[in-house]
Design a protein around this ligand. Structure first.
Ligand code: PLP
Length: 473
């Protein structure tokens, strides 16, 4: 492809992109295809001769698009959102064009210095103390792995890096509600799943501080080594917010690394009224949140803040001859701040978002989502046949259909599972579920960039209609 043709198709595709956002509500939110439907339409062998972009783009529209779930559809209420926004997309376009691999300062000084500046902006905005340093990772899973590896090294005085993990007693604590990425990180870090201790939660689904301390005490009495606590600020199931101050005091008392997984809810820290969520942050060692979830920035963009930068560098530093530079020690070489060597220029899209919306614009967007969630919660609370199953702490509403005559737990679970399937089959909206104390709960997250009040009103109408039809069918 020559530059002239590139320009032609780039213009055409930008027009397609703008049309896509104008027409996005015409698509089913959740892809309505069957397994293998897309695969079977694709040729068994790669093309020997190059093909025309017109043919490739046509197949994108005819074959690929029907198999896409439209995460940017305003009726996407599933999981947590993976937001984008126009400024973010523009940033991504430039990142793709530059194609810079930003592993060290020398390989693109602007990328390293913009990342440092934007991390400091975010840190200050979110009320994270200024003795923390930030770095962009691909995902929260990677950031949590980074934290657990650092905690492991600190606990073993950097011996595990040198000699392998000889200790079989490094314990990690998180609540029963925390994300599966904690368990994955514990396994990858070589600590062993058996050393992950799941602490019970209270009736609000928050980690119980007394149970945490008891588990730590028991472990110490048994000769085990408490190594890391992971507190959740916004669990995946219900956005429960663990009592950080209480947990932080325990981590201090026993000198245990404290990592905070705020993958989703962390964005809300740009709102002064949610600063209470991180009371105790001074005692925290590391903290992750994903602008790629709720801060209008394209996946992937996960922000990791760490207090002991030296510990991070000692955990990850490598220095082969080909990576030696003259600026070492004066600049940030982010390849030493996490697992991968190669790094995309992710700070650019975040910078575009922060500048284009401004703090006020982002705050307004998040507050709108939170207000809409409160409104939906009040509608559910006043309805006669639906009920709220967990507190709506931010913008995730957990509820179920519960008509008065039905009280059998298994029947209620089956009914709600069927309702969810029927709702998603309509293609009009997309929701997912969780289990809360054994009860099947429908989750509705109001965090999509383009969601407005009328989408929530329609969603609520659809939910009631389909639920009542399901029960009479
Ligand atoms: N932590 C929490 C609380 C999450 O909800 C999620 C994903 O939804 C993750 C971690 C993992 O995020 P990522 O996909 O960035 O690894």
């Amino acid at each position: 492809m020559k530059n002239k043709e590139f320009r032609h198709y780039a213009h055409l595709m930008v027009d397609w992109m703008a049309d896509y956002f104008e027409q996005i509500e015409d698509y089913p939110v959740k892809a309505q295809v069957q397994p293998r439907e897309i695969y079977n339409q694709l040729p068994a062998q790669a093309p020997i001769e190059g093909e025309a972009m017109s043919a490739i783009f046509k197949d994108f529209q005819d074959i690929i698009l029907p198999g896409i779930t439209h995460w940017q559809h305003p009726n996407f209420f599933a999981y947590f959102p993976a937001n984008t926004s126009f400024p973010s997309i523009l940033g991504e376009m430039l990142t793709a064009t530059l194609g810079a691999q930003c592993m060290i300062w020398d390989t693109s000084p602007a990328a390293a210095e913009l990342e440092e500046r934007v991390m400091n902006w975010l840190r200050d905005l979110m009320g994270i103390p200024d003795n923390f340093e930030g770095v962009i990772q691909d995902t929260a899973s990677t950031a949590t792995l980074t934290a657990i590896l650092s905690a492991r090294e600190k606990a073993t005085n950097f011996d595990s890096n040198q000699n392998g993990i000889t200790a079989n007693n490094l314990r990690v604590y998180c609540s029963t509600e925390t994300h599966s990425s904690i368990e994955k990180a514990v396994k990858i870090a070589g600590l062993g799943k058996k050393n992950l201790v799941k602490i019970p939660v209270d009736d609000q689904l928050l980690m119980r501080g007394d149970a945490l301390e008891q588990a730590i005490q028991e472990d110490i009495n048994n000769g085990l080594h408490p190594t890391c606590i992971v507190a959740a600020i916004g669990t995946t199931g219900t956005t429960a917010i663990d009592p950080l101050q209480e947990i932080a005091a325990i981590s201090q008392k026993y000198a245990i690394w404290l990592h905070v997984d705020a993958a989703y809810a962390g964005s809300a820290l740009i709102l002064p009224e949610f600063q209470w969520m991180i009371q105790g942050i001074e005692q925290v060692d590391s903290f992750v949140f994903n602008p790629h979830k709720w801060l209008l920035t394209n996946f992937d963009c996960s922000v990791y803040f760490i207090k002991d930068q030296e510990c991070l560098l000692r955990t990850f530093e490598i220095l082969p001859e080909y990576l030696k530079t003259t600026n070492r020690g004066i600049v940030n070489d982010y390849r030493d701040w996490g697992v991968p060597l190669g790094r995309r220029f992710r700070a650019l899209k975040l910078w575009f978002v922060l500048r284009s919306y401004g703090v006020k614009g982002l705050q307004k967007q998040l507050r709108t989502h939170i207000d809409l969630a409160q409104e939906l919660t009040s509608w559910i609370q006043t309805s006669t046949d639906f009920e709220i199953l967990a507190p709506t702490s931010l913008n995730l509403v957990c509820f179920r259909y519960h008509p008065t005559p039905i009280n059998d737990a298994a029947t209620l679970n089956n009914i709600n599972e069927t309702i969810l399937q029927h709702l998603n089959k309509t293609g009009l909206l997309y929701l997912t579920h969780t289990k809360i104390k054994g009860q099947y709960a429908i989750r509705l997250v109001i965090g999509q960039t383009f969601v407005k009040a009328h989408h929530i009103k329609h969603a609520w109408q659809q939910i009631q209609e389909i639920a009542r039809k399901t029960i009479t069918a």
